[in-house]
Design a protein around this ligand. Structure first.
Ligand code: ADP
Length: 671
């Protein structure tokens, strides 16, 4: 969704986002608690060794005794030294082992959360209506599912734990420091605000850049998806647009590279500042320690050599957590930006869902009466989809059914009008074949989308067996209604899998019967591996006619009560055309069929023809009735079929097509 671009990025994440994010971890309370426990132990144990350093220096290595008011250094106390060193090594080994355990638990929780998030996102997207997919690019969706969910992995596995670890380290270190020397602690704390300010600023910039980089990645993946697919490539080659596509890609790729450089540089600059603090802080400790000791004028000072060594060691434990806590906050902010992109999708409402009391009806119990009752439909932008505003034409006087459109009305179909469908009412009786005809953009496809609820009507109702389709469950509708679309979509999978998609438990006999009915069985068994042959991406290795017949076989398997057929406009060669037609014929019998008809044979065979123009139903009736009326249909018929394209239904029901007019005034089915 390019609309997202306009959104001001870099703003402070809101409470709701934080709540949603933490909500993801609710199911893993025990894991999170275990992680917290382990982190507290390792971070707390880290302060023991520096404190022991002071004891090692002042008590074991260089023990002193005051003789006559003057400190005298004694030889090292070896047994104590051995014990202390043993403890120090032991602590290191134990904390190391706990660290490994902690990493395991953290990754487990992290990966489970990601898995859950990917599942939820995919499931949510499955439930989105067609409206969403027509308004959003596939690449963009894929990017959110993979790049964005992948991008938050680090926050889940590393960042959150390091945040806790840093807090514990910081607190324990502060306590130890105060215990060693309050003067040196004040010094260390005094220089931190500078550091905090700088890292905070860097964090904000980095969050913005991450957001932009993620958008750029999505853009690139959309471009790749659009242009490196078979159809996109075909289009680019045919129109010679390859170079422009390369330019478009280069431009976005350049933007991404620049963003990556900026992102890296901000990180690096931050690192340099942290480095400077690390090196200069011990030097300042020596200086201040010198002042404190010399101001004591020879009296024993609270700051010993052991204190200084222990303190400088502790100091790195102070800056490190502060530094990394600030960079953690950068990471968290960046990840929240990713979470935001994911939740944006999860938040999108499903606009076509089951009503609470929706009916579950078995496909066999549907008779197949399809009615449109004063249907108005508008493609609006809904809650997603950057669609352009429709051009609103002044309300025209309603055209009564059965009359040709006003010739003076200059608005062509291609121009967006107020309604895609306007006050359309018709009735198709169970078992009838209805043909919808009309110019391109008239609203034929839109009608076909409304019946299986791919879209919901804006006003009016679509009824199946007298009941509003919105009162059935979506699954019931899907069981009863099927579509054969112009563009046949085949998975990159075996013929078998493509067919059984309609009926997963179909037996081989059923498969073959369906394939035979669709005149494709012989072709399939002639393939190298028969029903197990892979068809290429989108079935490109099959010819247009074969793909259509495969799609028909798929529907034969499903045996829906209501069939919506969008006849392919692309002309097939005569033989293919005849085969497709022959495959279709048995499919249409015994079920209600609503065909967006482009073939004369279908139109002639129809029990009722609906003539649609500019979103309105102009005429309805049989071929003979409509011809007699001499209205819009008669005109279209004359223009499209009389002169040139030629098909007819022979007496035996087989389609003939030849170079000349076969059916000038064909016998229409009795009205
Ligand atoms: P037909 O199938 O008769 O060629 P359609 O039903 O596809 O016509 O289109 C009817 C009208 O709706 C056209 O003006 C078309 O531009 C518009 N339209 C179709 N699909 C969409 C969409 N997804 N978003 C917005 N307008 C659309």
């Amino acid at each position: 969704m390019s609309g997202k671009r306009d959104k001001p990025s870099g703003r402070v994440p809101n409470r709701q986002l934080l709540r949603q994010t933490t909500g993801l971890f609710k199911a893993h309370r025990l894991g999170v608690a275990t992680i917290a426990f382990l982190v507290v132990i390792t971070a707390g144990a880290g302060v023991v060794n520096p404190v022991l350093i002071k004891v090692v220096f002042d008590t074991a290595l260089f023990p002193t005794k005051t003789v006559g008011g003057k400190p005298v250094t004694l030889p090292p106390v070896v047994p104590l030294l051995e014990l202390l060193v043993g403890i120090m090594i032991g602590i290191t080994i134990v904390t190391g082992a706990i660290g490994v355990l902690q990493t395991y638990v953290t990754n487990r929780v992290g990966q489970r959360v990601m898995e859950e998030l990917r599942n939820r996102l995919y499931e949510h997207l499955q439930g989105m209506s067609l409206r969403f997919f027509t308004g959003t690019r596939t690449g963009e969706i894929q990017s959110r599912l993979t790049n964005d969910v992948g991008g938050i992995q680090s926050v889940v596995t590393d960042t959150a734990t390091s945040l806790l670890s840093n807090v514990v380290t910081l607190l324990s270190t502060l306590v130890a420091m105060l215990f060693l020397s309050w003067q040196l602690t004040v010094l260390s704390l005094a220089i931190t605000p500078l550091f905090v300010f700088y890292t905070y600023r860097a964090g904000r910039v980095r969050r913005q850049i991450t957001m932009q980089a993620q958008e750029s990645k999505a853009e690139i993946s959309a471009i790749t998806e659009e242009t490196l697919s078979v159809s996109g490539m075909l289009l680019a080659k045919v129109f010679g647009r390859g170079p422009e596509e390369v330019t478009r890609f280069r431009k976005e790729n350049h933007r991404l590279a620049n963003l990556a450089i900026r992102q890296e540089m901000i990180g690096r600059a931050l690192f340099a500042v942290i480095g400077a603090f690390f090196s200069s802080a011990p030097a300042l400790v020596y200086l201040i320690a010198g002042f404190v000791i010399s101001s004591n004028h020879g009296h024993p000072s609270p700051i010993t050599a052991g204190t200084i060594v222990a303190f400088t060691t502790l100091q790195s434990r102070l800056f490190f957590p502060i530094g990394s806590m600030l960079s953690v906050s950068i990471e968290i902010q960046a990840s929240l930006a990713l979470f935001e992109r994911i939740f944006d999708y999860l938040k999108m409402p499903h606009d076509i869902v089951d009503r609470p009391d929706a009916r579950v009806v078995a496909a066999n119990d549907i008779k197949g009466d399809v009615r449109l009752k004063q249907v108005f439909f508008r493609y609006d932008r809904g809650s997603y989809g950057p669609m352009s505003e429709p051009i609103v034409r002044p309300a025209a006087a309603p055209i009564p059914n059965g009359h040709a459109p006003d010739e003076s009305d200059p608005v062509p179909n291609e121009i967006r009008r107020d309604w895609a469908l306007e006050d359309v009412s018709f009735d198709v009786k169970p078992g009838q074949l209805a043909a919808i005809v009309g110019p391109s953009g008239a609203g034929k496809t839109t009608i076909s989308y409304l019946i299986p609820r791919l879209y919901d009507v804006t006003k009016g109702a679509v009824l199946l067996d007298g009941i509003d389709v919105r009162d059935y469950t979506i699954a019931s509708l899907a069981g009863a209604i099927s579509m054969v679309t112009q563009e046949t979509y085949l998975f990159h999978a075996s013929v078998r899998r493509n067919l059984t998609y309609a009926k997963p438990d179909a037996t081989q006999e059923e498969l073959e019967a369906a394939a035979r009915a669709a005149f494709i069985h012989d072709r399939i068994v002639a393939l190298d591996e028969g029903y197990d042959t892979l068809v290429g991406e989108r079935g490109y290795r099959m010819s247009g006619g074969e793909k259509q017949r495969l799609a028909i076989a798929r529907v034969v398997l499903k045996a829906p009560r209501v069939l919506i057929l969008d006849e392919a406009t692309s002309a097939l060669d005569t033989t293919s055309e005849r085969l497709v037609q022959a495959a279709l014929e048995p499919l249409l019998t015994g079920r209600t069929t609503i065909a967006i008809a482009h073939r004369l044979s279908t139109i002639l065979a129809a029990d009722v023809i609906f003539v649609i123009d500019r979103g309105r139903l102009l005429e309805q009736g049989t071929h003979a009735e409509l011809l007699r009326r001499g209205g819009a249909y008669a005109k279209v018929y004359e223009q499209q079929f009389q002169g040139g394209r030629v098909e007819a239904v022979c007496e035996d029901g087989m389609v003939l097509a030849s170079g000349e007019v076969v059916a000038a005034t064909p016998a229409a089915p009795a009205a």
